[in-house]
Design a protein around this ligand. Sequence first.
Ligand code: NAI
Length: 278
Amino acid sequence: MSTFQDRVAVVTGGASGIGLAVCEELARRGARVVLADIDVAKAEAAAASIRAAGGHARAAAVDVTDAAQVEDLVARTYADDGALDYLFNNAGIALFGEVRDMTLEQWNRILAVNLHGVVHGVVAAYPRMIERGTGHIVNTASRAGLVPTPGATTYAATKHAVVGLSTSLRGEAAALGVKVSVVCPGIIDTPLKHSLTWLHLDKERMLADPLVRLTAPDVCARVIVQGVERNRPVIVVTATAKGSWSLYRMFPQFVAGWLGRVVMGQMRRRYATRPPAV
Ligand code: NAI
């Protein structure tokens, strides 16, 4: 029998991209999934299509930046489904561009969704999981949470924080019966590439670059679900992400310097939509 059979899983950002693919994969393996998203119409449609394929799914409205809404989502899951076995804190947004162009409002928005959204999930679910002596929290970070990412510094800041939160909490949680994993994908082909904010960058030119290789969400979801099943601490998805993380751990100074000089330089030359200031 599948590890996930009849288990209850809440996935924030479950209406689209990686979150949706994770919901589909979990449902195929017998889990009862809650697609929690700020876009509830999209979540309803996605849940209906999982049910049509024979899975067990429902949608829930949540804005992860609002702690009370996340608390309510978790409390309702316990009330309606009797348990919460897996919480995937996956909802996220992205912002590409240089820090010199960012407003404080943009900083606060990305921190609110990508970091505080995860914190709200942990605060709501962790004590309840401890009480039951079981549960698994799975936070979505990114390769940008493992390796410096000039040109997406705000995003990298939130994702490094999510990695630190997850790997540290894992050490506290294990003896209390709760598992914690963090997911670090490379570039995945999801609607995020259209919805993310590109500051002074030519999005079409960047996405058309043959070096930008996009991995399909269902491939990503299979790796994530397998990693969760094996209780991996850090689940890195895509060969490029694994390779760059390994290189960075072996040669941190060299890789950080190369990313700053070469990659950032190329980004400015190839994709900037205004003359570079430096
Ligand atoms: P996506 O844009 O396809 O899906 C994100 C979902 O989150 C959407 O359904 C959106 O409505 C929802 N969402 C956004 N703000 C929300 C909020 N405040 N409350 C509740 N839901 C909200 O994006 P994708 O690509 O599936 O991203 C999922 C996660 O994976 C994010 O945390 C992202 O940072 C991360 N990631 C994505 C990568 C990629 O290349 N697509 C690479 C590495 C990490």
